[in-house]
Design a protein around this ligand. Structure first.
Ligand code: UGA
Length: 460
């Protein structure tokens, strides 16, 4: 067990000594559930609720509703400790909790704006159930001025401004490392406008011993969108450099290393490949551009970040086609379907578009992912020889004319390539994440095509 925050910091300050405030988490998705369990691990008593009652029941039985490393273990630990209690009724959660963290989903609309209907619905229920002072904390990612709307909505539907405060406390956890990120954040950002809200949230986060940045509400909201937009921009930037490296016969991995050692740039989010996906970057970028436009600011830079990312799919498919010439009736092993490793989440995953395009081109597909197959099958059902799911990367590669790596699960780096060479129809690998060792593959007899790296082939 590597959480250890509570054990390490119990002596100094824990949730149990923080005025015994009851925490409530509204929305038990990829942000809400890890957050709730993180608070329980810190020693707080936490109630968690969700509009999906089947999900609440499942969580109550100790079953995690999605795959996230270490989360199931912590869920069972804190159901047993009694510090985390899933509750079916939002109303009951509001009445019992002192601090309410709103963690419901904020997908995007057709026009790219954030769809705040789940936030509004949760807030109206909160307004109807207020039974004393509450601190209402916006944790869902939402555009600037959402906190103001939450405030206005509660006043409209309840009408007493003495009984609540609003805070904005954006979350920076990543899927796949959510529990680690919740318990060991780089920083906590809290937008507040009252001394009580500030003191209460300081009490919640002080045990984490990280910098806590207090701002106003609007600023905290903009910090969250800016962080995701900036990280997306780094990815699109390195992807353009990757295209240049390819044309100029250079290696983008070394370029990333060469610039990343400069502390002003930093080494992270400079991994070139098939582009970013997931539930956050694509929608948050859209929402940020949208809100900027509404504020009269043309954030054209970010529109280009999206265009560059969209073009990654063509880029990788052209690479496959250049390696194979004709795609029709070629068998392709696709390794990795989740939008990133260590999750079963396929929302906005590059694999969705890649598999669709390969299907349209008439390829025979053998798909493998250690966690995301169940989710992927809901979108792409198995279809005989045309599309089959495999239980190992080796099984997917058997008889393949090429292997296309889409998600960099660590197990792909540990493949015995010499052995695999005897099972494939043609020894071709397109590494969409630059996570394999070109020299090792070449030595095993494979042609290697990375993203923005020189081609390696045994004959070259
Ligand atoms: C992202 C942010 O990193 C979190 O800080 C934030 O809290 C979260 O969104 C959110 O807003 O909820 P997440 O989407 O879970 O987290 O995952 P990331 O690790 O950021 O990866 C996002 C996408 O970028 C993935 O598809 C990943 O493969 C891709 N990526 C990442 C690259 O293509 N290159 C890189 O160098 C890094």
């Amino acid at each position: 067990m590597r959480f250890g925050v509570q054990e390490k910091k119990n002596g100094m300050m824990s949730g149990l000594t923080n005025g015994n405030r009851q925490l409530g988490v509204l929305g038990l998705g990829h942000v809400g559930l890890p957050t709730a369990l993180g608070f329980a691990e810190l020693g707080f008593s936490v109630l968690g609720t969700d509009s999906d009652s089947a999900k609440v029941q499942m969580i109550g039985r100790g079953q995690a509703p999605f795959y996230e490393p270490e989360m199931g273990e912590l869920l069972r630990k804190h159901l047993a400790s009694g510090r985390f209690r899933p509750v079916a009724s939002l109303d009951e959660t509001v009445r019992l909790a002192d601090i309410l963290f709103i963690c419901v989903g904020t997908p995007h609309t057709e026009e790219g704006a954030a769809d705040l209907s789940q936030v509004e619905s949760a807030v109206r229920t909160v307004a109807g159930s207020l039974n004393g002072y509450k601190l209402i904390v916006e944790k869902s990612t939402a555009p600037v001025h959402t906190a103001r709307w939450i405030q206005r909505t509660i006043l409209r539907y309840h009408g007493d401004n003495q009984k609540f405060d609003i805070a904005c406390n954006p979350e920076f956890l990543r899927e796949g490392t959510a529990m680690h990120d919740v318990l060991h954040p780089d920083r906590v950002v809290v937008g507040v406008e009252s001394a009580r809200a500030k003191a209460w949230l300081e009490g919640v986060y002080r045990p984490l011993q990280c910098p806590i940045l207090f701002t106003d509400l609007n600023t905290a909201e903009i910090i969250k969108h800016t962080a995701n937009a900036f990280l997306s921009m780094k990815i699109s930037f390195i992807n353009m450099v990757s295209d240049l490296c390819e044309a100029a016969d250079a290696d983008v991995k070394d370029v990333a290393r060469g610039i990343g050692l400069d502390p002003r740039i930093g080494p992270h989010f400079l991994q070139a490949g098939v582009g970013y996906g997931g539930f956050c970057f694509p929608k948050d970028l859209n929402a940020f551009v949208h809100v900027a436009t509404e504020c009269g600011v043309d954030f054209s830079l970010l529109k280009e970040v999206k265009n560059v990312n969209d073009a990654r799919i063509d880029r990788v498919l052209r690479k496959v086609q250049k390696a194979l010439w004709v795609l029709k009736d070629k068998r392709l092993a696709v390794w990795g379907l989740a939008f990133k490793p260590h999750t079963d989440d396929i929302r906005e995953a590059p694999s969705l578009k890649i598999v669709k395009r390969l299907q349209e081109a008439g390829c025979l597909l053998s798909l493998y992912d250690p966690q995301a197959v169940d989710e992927f099958q809901k979108v792409f059902p198995a279809d005989g020889e045309r599309l089959r799911y495999c239980s190992s990367p080796e099984e997917a590669a058997a008889g393949a004319h090429a292997i296309l790596l889409v998600t960099e699960w660590p197990e792909f780096a540990a493949i015995d390539w010499k052995r695999l060479r005897t099972r494939v129809a043609l020894p071709l690998v397109v590494d969409g994440r630059n996570c394999l060792d070109p020299a090792g593959l070449e030595a095993a007899g494979f042609e290697y095509y990375g993203m923005g790296r020189p081609v390696c082939s045994p004959g070259s």
